[in-house]
Design a protein around this ligand. Structure first.
Ligand code: NAP
Length: 284
């Protein structure tokens, strides 16, 4: 598998398993175990997903050495502010049972994220966390954070798929040496996206599926991709993308279907958590 090198020299796998909305404990544990047995080495969870404990169990069940695995989790805005974030980190570590967190992200650019960033920096110094980053930060949010940060974020995890390619943000992140990571890499499994002619044609040419072509495109354009799947066949298929290289012309053909429009809608179950953070209410 290919890796990216973070700005603190730690390697980060280019492909991982996302577990957003995998609330069934057994299903989450099994998916993590299946992914790690397939060869995945990156698992992406978050405190607000409520499945960190299941992720930890899946890691143990896989038998893969913990030091080979890259675990990402996130701090939700209701835990922002220096002291609350410190407690959130301790709780995530207890639930995951992994000893340390490879990458810890601020989940949203709201509330007192500067105080939280300080807690993340101290967690790096204290050895609880290897790398720190952000999620859903726009250019202006990052510019603000960079004025106070002692440690430059290593990663910005954002919505990104062929209909929402985030070209300006990607250019800014490249200049700032921040690795971009794509959530919703498959547009949340959008049938319209997966049925685009450009993908069906490339799938035929390479003997792959549309999903595999999209994941390959993410990695070739410099983004870490974290597709979610609880289907063992999909988990295996999504990992089988390291034996093809899209040509420049093919990358350009995919660049051309950008609509520059996000697909994410805050789901009903998350609204409770969102409404407890005043500045997040406008996400609705
Ligand atoms: N930072 C943030 O704010 C944020 C927000 C949202 C998501 N995320 C992260 O990003 C990850 C991915 O996002 P997502 O799960 O919403 O969307 P996604 O990965 O774009 O799409 C997942 C959907 O695609 C389907 N799928 C996966 N592989 C497939 C294949 N080979 N063939 C056909 N269908 C396939 C899945 O169904 P099956 O399960 O049936 O395979 C699922 O319905 C999340 O799990 C989470 O870790 C982060």
């Amino acid at each position: 598998m290919e890796s990216f090198v973070l700005n603190n020299t730690h390697p980060m796998p280019s492909l991982g398993l996302g577990v957003y909305l995998v609330s069934d404990v057994t299903e989450c544990e099994r998916s993590v175990e299946a992914a790690l047995r397939t060869g995945y080495r990156l698992i992406d969870t978050a405190a607000v997903y409520g499945n960190e404990r299941a992720v930890g169990r899946g890691i143990t069940a896989s038998g893969v050495d913990r030091n080979e695995i890259f675990v990402t989790t996130k701090v939700w805005p209701s835990d922002y502010g220096y002291q609350r974030t410190k407690k959130s980190i301790a709780r995530s570590l207890e639930r995951l049972g992994t000893g340390y967190i490879d990458l810890l992200l601020l989940h949203q650019p709201y509330a007192d994220y500067r105080g939280s960033w300080s807690a993340l920096e101290d967690a790096v110094t204290g050895g609880q966390v290897r790398s720190i980053g952000v999620s859903n930060f726009r250019i202006q949010d990052l510019e603000k954070l960079l004025t106070v940060a002692k440690i430059t974020p290593a990663v910005n995890q954002v919505e990104r798929h062929p209909y929402f390619q985030q070209k300006d943000l990607a250019a800014f992140l490249a200049r700032s040496e921040i690795v971009p990571e794509a959530w919703y890499p498959l547009g949340h499994g959008s049938k319209e996206l997966l049925g685009e002619t450009v993908f069906t044609e490339l799938a035929k040419k390479y003997g792959k599926s549309a999903v595999q072509i999209i994941l390959r495109w993410h990695i070739q354009s410099g983004f870490v991709a974290i597709p979610k799947s609880t289907n063992p066949r999909h988990i295996e298929q999504n990992f089988d993308i390291f034996d093809l290289t899209l040509t420049d012309a093919e990358m350009e053909a995919i660049a051309a279907i950008d609509r520059n429009r996000p697909s994410f809608r805050v789901p009903r179950w998350l609204l409770g958590a969102v409404s407890r953070v005043p500045a997040v209410r406008d996400l609705r």
